[in-house]
Design a protein. Sequence first.
Length: 148
Amino acid sequence: MTDSPIHFSAPFQVAWADLDYNRHMGNIAYFSYAAQTRFLFFAEHGFGPEEFEAAGLGPAALNETIRYHKEMKFLEKFTVNFLCAGMNAKKSRYIIVNQFIGEDGEMRAEIRTQFVWMDLNLRRAIRSPAPMAAILDALEKTEDFEEL
């Protein structure tokens, strides 16, 4: 891979369907944008839907937490950064972070997801395939990165 970390982010805009009764982006929308960003990252690095299907592989979230910093409203533009906050030595368990950043550069929210790779035929967690482990190893790390 490369010696410098892979920085990945994706631009979005709050859509009408993202709004909740309080007229700001609802929590389910944050999780949807986080998932979309993850799959955009994988697709950009050679793991699109066809490759996942051919490998019989998929990410399985063990837990996800969100921390809100500032609400987002209709039509607000934002960027979702994708970083790695932890992994184990076997390359079978990861913590990834999606940071939601407003156009002003301020953090709007952060989602942390602990996940494993799942063999979709056997329905059990497996080690990352080597090419997938390599791109996750190269992904930009958070300041609080930890070995799991």
